[in-house]
Design a protein around this ligand. Sequence first.
Ligand code: F6R
Length: 619
Amino acid sequence: MTACGKPLEVCMQGLGRLEYRGYDSAGVALAAPGMDLVAVRKKAGRLDNLKADLARSPLPDATVGIGHTRWATNGEPSDTNAHPHVSADGKIAIIHNGIIENASKLKMDLQSEGYVFSSGTDTEVAAKLLGKVANTIIEETGKPDLFEALRRVARMLTGAFTILAVDCRQPDIVVGARHDSPLVVGLGEGENFLGSDVAAFVAYTKHAMEIGQDQAVCISGDQVIVTDFNGNPVKDSKRFTVDWDASAAEKGGWPSFMDKEIHEDPEAVANTLLGRFDDQGDIVLDEVHIGLDVFRQVDKIIVVACGTASYAGMVAKYAIEHWVRIPVEVELAHEFRYRDPILTPRTLVVAISQSGETMDTLMALRHAREQGSRVLAICNTQGASIPRESDAVLYTHAGPEIAVASTKAFVAQIVAAYLLGLYLAQVKGTMYRDEIRHILEQLKDMPQKIQWVLDNQAGNVEQAAKQMVSAHSFLFLGRHVGYPVALEGALKLKEIAYTFTEGFAAGELKHGPIALVDAGEPVVVIVPSARGRNILHNKVISGIEEVKARGAFTIAVAELGDPDVEQYADVVFWRPVCPTLLSPLVDVVPLQLFAMDMAMLKGYDVDKPRNLAKSVTVE
Ligand code: F6R
């Protein structure tokens, strides 16, 4: 991943910053003039295992290096299956993200030629193949050409891959190739870097360059060459400056990244609103390069996303349908493609993704574009694949999110989707300007309301977590915008506290789920405000009464001073008064804290839950 004077140090710090992307094993490979073989070290488990091993027996000095943290797709986590993998002659080492779909066939071919494999990974197949092709080139031309060898191999692979390689015969370069998997270049002075995310090198340089689909790159200390897989030069690679500092991706005194990031919820909302208005207070979405005429004609929105991002989309559906009066469908990205969705040039597909690399979402947006629809990405990561492949992007400015469980990105995604909804209302004239401005003013008040929850409800939440720490399961209920919030609260608890949790629409209770309620069963209920049209409030309160009558222990998220809630709920997490459509921005906060407290009380690593990785770059 780096061609500079201190490759091991750069790799190890980069892996530390990227460990959230995968943490079941880690490894490095180095090359330097005079080495007969690449120097490789790899270890199963967290990065600390590798660090300890390197401290016990250091690797030699080097000029280039590559490093990898793994989330197993192919072969269980072990020292052997960890990356880097080496060529048969040990001269080349590679690291790989993605899944090589024709690996079995290639492996059989290589085995029939006498190649022997020690791991169960597709990556080792690519390593052996690269070694073979590199040697063929030496036979053909009399000199090594790792860049050309990797391009040839890239043309032979199917599936998804980013591959980086070093060769001890060319110890001044690192080469890379990408197809359906991320890769960015860091442009330093006298040193250059490659990473699957800018976080890998942001401590060294904020100047970055995108590598496009089916492109290959060769970096040395003073040069970066980009070509397509056939070797044709690529001259127009997009450059950008990373808009956050390395310190933003550090814990900065917080016990965990998740704790830090929940406390950044207010800032994430404020920053996502920043710079999106002109002097008259109208919304201007500068990064959105879709013409006004196209927006005016949009007659349906389909949100494609996964997990937390899809729940942000579900929240936005309530608001956008209300404001713009066009249907909004929210679809899990991995389901979308396979059901022959109805897409027309007037459909706006909104792809929501924190990482911008979720393969399911990327595939969904490609499908939408193939069908002639416009795609707008709501994304938190500059230069990522999803914004790059979309027609337009609206960045959430939540700053880097490191904890695997998404928190501040969720509130920022809601705000960005709301801005899009209000923009459409402005362009299509479905709302009066005053109305839009009024909502924008209310949105601008939300950071301080979230802050109020953080300042005044955290103790309450911690207390409830202590009380509930041994509970085996939870139910989360909500209606209207409270429904996706219930789903999100449930997801947080599942993924970091490993507790069986079901979130559902409160109205469904009596259609089945109430059978789950037994004495002591904890039920978390998002209660809408009793102000204004209070039908929903009363119905949700009835739901609380019903589960209470069956012995449930109830936790309510409710508006300050709600008298009914005080009467029926065992515990209340209070929300300050705010408009119903904006309430998800505050209601999710105690649920994020609750999941974190539960996980901490159980002694789990809240930032790196088992079996998960931050960016799901495989389908
Ligand atoms: C849950 C979580 C995941 C992600 C999902 C989509 O806390 O983080 O459910 O929301 O994997 O990821 P992005 O937003 O990166 O596309």
